[in-house]
Structures are given as structure tokens and as C-alpha cells.
Design a protein around this ligand. Structure first.
Ligand SMILES: [Zn+2]
Length: 365
């Protein structure tokens, strides 16, 4: 069997922590971790003009569920995760099948909700890591255009170090990019890379819908002093379609995140053209591991619409554990690789050496 992992898998995490909304924890305590999800979010601003009109506020009826999963932007009720009790039930379902940690990569632009994340973590027993930074240009808050790189970096560092009302972010992102990149998106990305370099906290990127966006994003990160090894490029299964592109991206040292597990619906706006489905995602991951990149792979669901929840017939947060791992095993994926995807890689990605993350200006060695 070829070596599935590169050198980084040997670096075990001793004097390190992960910043959760309830405080720092040891990376080895997280267990199965979903590195790219949303727990509270509002996507109403993402509706194409006219969509959702006339449906506002009305619950989705059972006979509409299939259509709402394919075309969530037609249903206003699908465009927000905001019910604490409902989210708690969804996270408990994840915990009950062995889940340990969820990373909420919702930036403030999309309705990040620090106090409710704390409440959700307490009530569900699942560790929650909070994000920070800014999403794609169309969601940027008024005023961001007038901020320079230093001001944006200072804002990110505040969320990482002081926190929002004491709740500290544990990851930077998801930083949103369109394609071509808007100049303000690249300014945010440079500020995010500088904050990552200053604290050792990882940076997670939502690339534009083009392979070149992934490579350009890593150039911007490196130019700003950030490290590809501390950078996650997300949504790869809707962005890259050629094994050699995946390999070239992996060679930069970044994490490669397949975070749309559970999206099997070919008409969904985020479904990859012609290549939908978990089976295809698993094949990409196996082929990348066979090339030695097994310690750079991450898997998640990007739950973002209400119709992604189990309560609405969706895959929810437990889908990887309940429905994908059996397919991975059936495919013959080695147990050590499954463990790397679900436990070790996200823990290493989130881990910050003790002493780092507390002092802005300190540069990771
Ligand atoms: Zn995204």
C-alpha cells in the first residue's frame, strides 16, 4: 500500500489547544470534528431578486420538501438557521452517533451568533468553534470598503484574542471569494492571512467557482505572510474537477476540504455539474490519500439551509457518521484514513500551540 500520509501526521499535539466558545480544550479531546458547518446563519440576502416572494414567513409543507432541498432560495423559511431548540436537537443527534465538535464558519456578515453558540454548546454537549472575518463581497457590511488592511486585521484579532463579549473565535473564516476576486475580498484575505500568521490560528477559505481562485487565494495568503499549512481551501468538490488540479493544490501544503457531503441533489445551486454525490467525493479523497496527501484532507457538510436539517428531511450534521463512513468502509478505505479525516486532521488544523493565539503581533515560527 502506498504511504497515505505526509510528514505532518507525525507531529503529535502536546502543548496545544483549540479555542472553543466555552474556552480552550486539548486538541486530543475533540473527537469527530466537522470543520465547515453553520449553526446560526441567515442567507436571505443571497436570494436572487424575486425569489422567496410570496413565501415569506410561511412554513415549508411536507409536499414541498423535495423542491425546497433542490431550490432552497425559493423558500424564505429555508434561508435561516435560527431556532436554538431545533439546532440543539440536530447537534444532539450528531453527538449520539459519536460526534464531538462542530466548527461554525459563519462570519458576522451571515448572522454569526456568539451568545447562542455558547448556549448551544452547553445544552448539546458538543464542542463548538466560532469563526470570524468576512464572506463574499455581496455580503460585506457597509463600511468595510473604507477599512484598510490593518483595520480589518485588527478587527479579526479582536475576535480571536478578546472575543465578542468574551466569546473567542477559534478559526478565521470562512473568508469569501467570488471569481474573479473582488479587490475588497482580497484585502480581507490579506488581513486574515496576517492575523493567522500573528496568532497561529488557521484560516478557512470559500473560493470562487474556479480552480484559479484556489491557487490565487494561496498566493495572496503567502504574499501576506500566511502559511499554506495553516490554510483550508473549502468547497473543493464544486471547484476542482481534475485530479492534477487537486494534486497541485495539495502540493502547496494547504488542507483540502470536501465539505458538501450530503448534497446529492443535482439541481442544487452548489451541486457540481455532472459530478454530484458522496461516492465521487470519497473517490477523490481515496485518490489523494494514495498520492500521500491523507493528512491534508477534511470532510464536512456545510449545513446552511434549514432544508439541510434532519427535521426537514435533510442529511443534518450526523450524515458523515451515519451514512458516509459505512460507504467509505465498503469502498475499502483504511480505518487509519477514516480516523485522519474525521478526527486527527481537523484537530491538527484547529490546534494552536500554547502561548500562541494570545498575543497579536507574535509570529508563528
Ligand atoms: Zn462557503
Amino acid at each position: 500500500m502506498p504511504a497515505l500520509f505526509g510528514a505532518r501526521s507525525q507531529r503529535w499535539l502536546t502543548l496545544a489547544h483549540v479555542q472553543t466558545v466555552l474556552g480552550p480544550v486539548h486538541p486530543g479531546s475533540l473527537g469527530v470534528t466537522l470543520p465547515h458547518e453553520h449553526l446560526f446563519i441567515t442567507l436571505a440576502g443571497a436570494s436572487p431578486p424575486g425569489s422567496g416572494d410570496g413565501l415569506q414567513g410561511r412554513p415549508i409543507s411536507p409536499h414541498e420538501l423535495d423542491d425546497a432541498r433542490r431550490r432552497p432560495h425559493r423558500y424564505r423559511a429555508a434561508l435561516a438557521l435560527e431556532d436554538l431548540d431545533e439546532q440543539c436537537r440536530e447537534l444532539i443527534a450528531f453527538r449520539e452517533v459519536g460526534g464531538g465538535c462542530v466548527v461554525d464558519v459563519t462570519p458576522p456578515d451571515l448572522g454569526r451568533s456568539p451568545a447562542r453558540l455558547v448556549e448551544l454548546a452547553r445544552r448539546s454537549g458538543v464542542a463548538v468553534v466560532m469563526g470570524c472575518g468576512h464572506f463574499v463581497h455581496t455580503f460585506h457590511p457597509p463600511g468595510l470598503a473604507a477599512m484598510d488592511e490593518e483595520e480589518i486585521q485588527a478587527e479579526i484579532l479582536r475576535d480571536l484574542v478578546a472575543g465578542v463579549d468574551g466569546v473567542r473565535a477559534g478559526i478565521i473564516g470562512e473568508i469569501g471569494l467570488g471569481w474573479p476576486h473582488h479587490p475588497e475580498e482580497e484585502r480581507v484575505l490579506r488581513a486574515a492571512a496576517r492575523a493567522s500568521a500573528a496568532t497561529g490560528v488557521a484560516l478557512t477559505v470559500h473560493p470562487g467557482h474556479a480552480a484559479r481562485s484556489c491557487f490565487r487565494a494561496l498566493e495572496v495568503v503567502a504574499e501576506a505572510g500566511g502559511a499554506p499549512e495553516r490554510t483550508v481551501i473549502g468547497h473543493l468538490e464544486r471547484t476542482l474537477f481534475d485530479l492534477e488540479d487537486f494534486v497541485a493544490l495539495a502540493r502547496t501544503g494547504c488542507y483540502l476540504e470536501f465539505d458538501l457531503f450530503g448534497r446529492e441533489v443535482i439541481h442544487h445551486p452548489l451541486a457540481p455539474p455532472g459530478k454530484p454525490g458522496d461516492v465521487v467525493r470519497i473517490e477523490w479523497m481515496v485518490r489523494l490519500a494514495e498520492r500521500g496527501f491523507g493528512d491534508q484532507l477534511l470532510a464536512s457538510h456545510d449545513v446552511a439551509y434549514r432544508t439541510d436539517l434532519r427535521a426537514y428531511g435533510g442529511p443534518g450534521y450526523a450524515h458523515l457518521l451515519t451514512s458516509v463512513v459505512p460507504v467509505m468502509r465498503g469502498r475499502g478505505m483504511p480505518e487509519e484514513l477514516i480516523r485522519a479525516l474525521l478526527v486527527d486532521n481537523p484537530a491538527r488544523m484547529l490546534a494552536v500551540a500554547d502561548g500562541e493565539g494570545d498575543e497579536p503581533g507574535r509570529v508563528q515560527g
